[in-house]
Design a protein around this ligand. Structure first.
Ligand code: TEU
Length: 559
């Protein structure tokens, strides 16, 4: 594998709307991010991905862009963006923007022109299709529920939207559209970005011509999952290869793909040495247990299954490319609330989860608030939710017969709003996020879980993340952690997540007791040193028997 500049780095996702508000409008902004660059530098972050802050009606929280060349005034100005890029560069921090090009907003100029002339050139930037006997062109279901087709008023046409109806899909078969996108991308790279996180990109290739999926409907709405389309769509690489050749390669851009549903045989094309992207997120654990029926039918992941998901992805990618490892993002529940059994949630178990994720092979990511162990919010009413996806899933649960309380319980755990509650900076009102009214409720546990309470506490989760990052960047161990192979150890031991990281010169062993009950095991060989431990002590006797305490994780260098 070719070594790359970003392999030894640590990446961080900022969700601007919930990061820090400096104007009192209750919404996070770019100046708030600028004011916290030193905080991110202290944590040990090198690469920062900004979720969208372009002009947008925020129908899908900015993933519905109405002008790719403007910053939305709620987040600040283009001068603020230029300042952020400049201030980041001063600190040797790389900025990525979110590239959202499967769709734009229905308020984008292109779409407005298409509506004005549904048979004109701008309608070809989208999918305007004739209905069939007054019905939508086919039976595909949007990711956000309901048909993917919306009528074009005054015509017998419909337009396609795989996501929200305010997010019309861009027609990537149209080379004029593609050139418009590449021009925009180059414009942003010329402003000094290091690259992009690439949104929902697998969706840009549709299975054409549009047809129904007659597979037994997976829900009682008679519609069919988009997964069917993704399975049948062939040739997304034609567009992704063109994007790489026409933009990324020219800037040596760092790119991370949000890729669900990739075909196994295509993975080397995605993130191999000359792949479409530098890396892609590993979503195996995040999607485990999901059901086409809806969130209400999802199964909760266990530590043992989390472990097997991680090992499976590591195995699959070890000779393919460099993964991006996450425990959460803006679309997922808080990782500590998802992967740690609720009754075991504490600083110690949060440190264990941090260590096993950070010691996997690949680029480690922190989503804002993960470094202080922010948790899911205990929602009390469906009225508290903002997320379109959650509101749809609530309807699905109700349609399936759940009462209000059970439907709320079913969706609250998985709601994207769990990750979008305001960042918890301190124990002042609104957790120091805003002097105004926060756009989403602050988690009441902010009085205990906040940066101020942890930043100078050597025993805090925040400090443990700093130790993990320092270890990854320690020249004595970096080569093994970055490029060493990963091999499970005692894999059959339930709730023991243990694995070697090794190369020809060094062997490290991660031992994580992913459970309450202590356990004793025999080391495979003598150890040289304890590199990291989420306890002050470790019990190892002369026979190399080690006892791991409640959610204890240790990283050993073996002799
Ligand atoms: O997500 C794409 C995606 O497939 C998942 O978001 C999933 O469908 C969704 O979370 C259902 O709950 C990207 C962005 O990360 C997400 O925030 C946007 O809503 C979506 O694309 C549309 O741009």
């Amino acid at each position: 594998m070719q070594k790359k500049w970003w392999h030894g780095k640590v990446a961080y996702q900022v969700y601007p709307k919930s990061f820090l508000d400096t104007t009192g409008n209750g919404i996070g902004d770019l100046r708030g991010i600028i004011s916290k660059l030193d905080y991110l530098k202290e944590l040990g972050v090198d690469i920062i991905w900004l979720s969208p802050c372009y002009q947008s009606p925020l129908a899908d929280q900015g993933y519905d862009i109405s002008d790719y060349y403007q910053i939305d005034p709620r987040f600040g100005t283009m001068n603020d963006m230029d300042e952020l890029i400049a201030q980041a560069r001063k600190r040797n921090l790389s900025i990525l923007m979110d590239l959202v090009v499967n769709h734009c907003s229905d308020e984008h100029e292109w779409f407005q022109k298409a509506l004005q002339d549904p048979y004109g050139p701008y309608s070809k930037y989208f999918y305007f299709e004739k209905g069939i006997n007054g019905q939508p062109p086919n039976n595909w279901r949007s990711y956000f529920g309901g048909s993917v087709w919306e009528p074009v008023s005054g015509t017998d046409l419909y337009y396609l939207h795989l996501f929200h109806k305010k997010q019309p899909d861009l027609n990537w078969e149209n080379s004029s559209l593609r050139e418009e996108i590449y021009k925009m991308m180059r414009w942003w790279m010329d402003k000094g970005l290091a690259g992009f996180r690439i949104d929902a990109i697998i969706n840009i290739k549709k299975a054409l011509p549009f047809s129904d999926y007659s597979y037994p409907p997976d829900r009682d709405d008679g519609l069919a999952s988009i997964d069917n389309m993704l399975r049948d769509a062939v040739g997304v690489g034609e567009f992704l290869g063109e994007m790489r050749d026409k933009v990324f390669q020219k800037y040596d851009a760092f790119t991370v793909g949000e890729v669900f549903n990739a075909k196994e045989e295509e993975l080397p094309d995605f993130i191999g040495d000359n792949g479409y992207f530098s890396t892609m997120f590993d979503f195996r654990a995040a999607v485990w247990g999901g059901s086409e029926k809806g969130w209400y039918a999802s199964r909760h992941i266990t530590p043992e299954i989390y472990k097997s998901c991680c090992f499976l992805s590591q195995k699959q990618m070890e000779n393919v490319g460099y993964l991006s490892n996450i425990i959460e993002n803006h679309d997922e529940p808080r990782g500590v609330s998802r992967y740690i059994p609720a009754e075991d949630l504490c600083e110690t178990s949060k440190k264990l989860l941090a260590a096993v994720s950070f010691m996997l092979r690949g680029l480690p990511w922190i989503y804002q608030g993960q470094e202080i162990g922010m948790e899911n919010l205990s929602f009390t009413s469906i009225d508290e939710f903002d997320d379109v996806s959650t509101l749809d899933e609530y309807r699905v649960a109700k349609n399936h017969g759940f009462n209000d309380a059970d439907a709320l319980r079913a969706v609250a755990f998985y709601s994207r709003d769990n990750a979008r509650t305001p960042f918890q900076w301190d124990d002042s009102p609104n957790a120091g996020f805003t002097t105004g009214t926060p756009w989403l409720r602050v988690n009441p546990n902010y009085t205990e879980i906040n940066v101020k309470a942890q930043q100078n506490d050597k025993t805090s989760l925040f400090s443990f993340y700093k130790e993990l990052i320092t270890l990854r960047k320690n020249p004595d161990y970096a080569e093994t952690i970055l490029y060493g192979r990963l091999e499970p150890f005692m894999e059959k031991e339930e709730n023991l997540m243990a694995f070697y990281r090794y190369d020809q010169n060094q062997t490290l062993l991660v031992l994580a007791n992913f459970q309450k009950a202590p356990r004793t095991l025999t080391l495979p060989k003598a150890y040289k040193s304890v590199l990291l431990n989420n306890y002050k002590h470790i019990t190892i006797d002369s026979d190399a028997c080690v006892t791991l305490d409640y959610y204890q994780v240790v990283i050993l260098e073996l002799a």
